[in-house]
Design a binder for this molecule. Structure first.
Ligand SMILES: Cc1cc2nc3c(=O)[nH]c(=O)nc-3n(C[C@H](O)[C@H](O)[C@H](O)COP(=O)(O)OP(=O)(O)OC[C@H]3O[C@@H](n4cnc5c(N)ncnc54)[C@H](O)[C@@H]3O)c2cc1C
Length: 421
């Protein structure tokens, strides 16, 4: 392990190779993998874990990163419901056949988990700590420090103490929706045409399917409006949330309670599933879910997970992208640290692979919300693309040539402008 690392750009002595802003899944993943490869990492986390977070449903292609992190034994031993499938339900209550991950994956890789985020994120953070990462809780990064275009560290404030400047060779922004670097550099943008909002809450005692379907994600479709997620969690708790256009959701009221109860009452099959359930609240919401940073890497800095961008909850891709971006970025940072080259071009070697995959998810999100498009119709018209479609839904989109699939998709739904031009 290295210490008293010379920050070649600033000449300042630095105890850390890498400072990570935010100790969520993305930050913990990158820091743990870098620390395991002999680099000194510091995570600065503004809250104290365990802390609440939305986003409870994993997809199977997180498996390899969990394996590299050494997290699989802990996940197997957890009380998180195993998730084998996803099912769509029409407003009439008619259920589509569930889509089991075992259709395209074998063995344990064909299952994943529904996670209580306070416990899951703590698990990831503890894993980073066990790998040797130093973690400072209740410590908020207020500023990235630059010399010219080169990031040379951060200014951080631990509750009740004066601000401290912490130099590092590489600054990783894993601050989630806070997007610390994106805001400081004015890089954060809306995604035109993707203007969804969400309201969600928790119940105890909602309907749960028997057997291996007990941990299934159910998507209740609200044609022309949006959709509800129904995610079974430990202790008989279920997470229920609506995603719809911001104009629709807040057209009559700004009160989450009024809007949510009205929408639940309009969705008959969901109402039935919640008949015997007790609401354990609270109601939470986010207006305008989607955003992107027009640049995600610079000299001495990069963004991972939600700090780089967020599209939509519909394919449960957020945690997958947090984990996979932390994983891929750690490889680029490792190379940069070994070569003592912290330039944008060196640090960005993971970007094309990752963002081609994100672009595929973007295309699928836009297709989902296109009222003239349906995935069953797509599978009927392009039967040879059905297995690739399933691969997309389990997260197998990074590092693959998806050109034939995307060309077929373009015949049925107009491609949106790319996220990064
Ligand atoms: C409504 C909704 C539903 C979702 N559903 C799903 C789902 O079912 N499945 C799924 O996979 N994903 C889902 N997501 C997305 C998922 O929640 C995120 O993609 C995931 O949490 C990203 O992880 P992260 O580590 O990048 O960020 P986070 O988990 O947000 O972690 C960022 C951390 O940075 C800390 N931080 C922030 N600012 C600072 C600062 N200045 N200094 C220090 N620390 C700071 C925060 O306290 C936080 O702990 C959903 C998202 C939304 C909005």
């Amino acid at each position: 392990m290295r210490s008293d690392v010379e920050n070649t750009t600033s000449g300042m002595k630095s105890e850390y190779d890498v400072v990570v802003i935010g100790g969520g899944p993305a930050g913990s993943t990158a820091a743990a993998l870098l620390q395991k490869r002999g680099h000194r990492c510091l995570i600065l986390e503004s809250t104290s874990f365990p802390r609440y977070h939305v986003g409870e449903s994993l997809i199977p292609h997180t498996y390899s990163t969990f394996d590299r992190l050494g997290l699989l034994p802990k996940l197997r031993a957890s009380n998180f419901p195993a998730k084998y499938s996803v099912r769509f339900v029409a407003p009439t209550g008619k259920e589509a056949a569930p889509f089991y991950f075992s259709e395209t994956l074998d063995g344990e890789r064909a299952q994943t988990w529904q996670v209580k985020r306070s416990d899951f994120d703590q698990l990831c953070q503890n894993n980073a700590r066990e790998a040797g990462v130093e973690i400072r809780s209740n410590t908020k990064v207020s500023k990235i420090l630059f010399e010219g275009t080169q990031a040379i560290g951060v200014r951080a404030e631990t509750f009740g103490q004066p601000p401290q400047d912490i130099p590092a060779s590489v600054v990783v922004d894993a601050s989630g929706r806070a997007t610390v670097i994106g805001k400081q550099l004015g890089l954060k943008r809306d995604i035109p045409g993707l203007n969804k909002s969400a309201i969600w809450t928790y119940y105890r005692g909602g309907y749960r399917r028997p057997g291996i379907d007990a941990g299934e994600t159910t998507v209740f479709m609200l044609p022309g409006r949006g959709w509800f997620w129904y995610i079974p969690l430990p202790d008989d708790v279920v997470s229920v949330g609506i995603v719809a256009s911001t104009e629709y959701l807040f057209r009559h009221s700004n009160q989450y309670e009024d809007i949510f109860s009205q929408e639940v009452s309009l969705c008959k099959p969901l109402t039935e599933w919640l008949t015997a359930a007790e609401s354990i609240g609270p109601l939470r919401g986010i207006r305008k879910l989607a955003y992107i940073n027009e640049q995600v890497v610079g000299d001495g800095w990069l963004m991972i997970g939600d700090a780089a961008g967020f599209l939509d909850p519909v394919y449960s891709s957020g945690l997958f992208l947090a984990l996979v971006s932390g994983d891929l970025a750690s490889e680029s940072i490792h190379q940069a640290l070994n070569d003592k080259d912290y330039s944008k071009s060196k640090l960005s070697s993971f970007v094309p692979t990752l963002w081609e995959g994100v672009e595929v998810i973007h295309r699928l999100v836009r297709a989902f919300y296109d009222p003239d498009f349906s995935f069953p119709d797509f599978a009927k018209r392009f039967p040879d693309q059905r297995s690739t479609l399933i691969d997309c839904l389990i997260g197998d989109v990074v590092g693959r040539d998806m050109t034939p699939f995307l060309m077929a998709l373009a015949e049925m739904t107009e491609p949106p402008a790319p996220l990064h031009t």
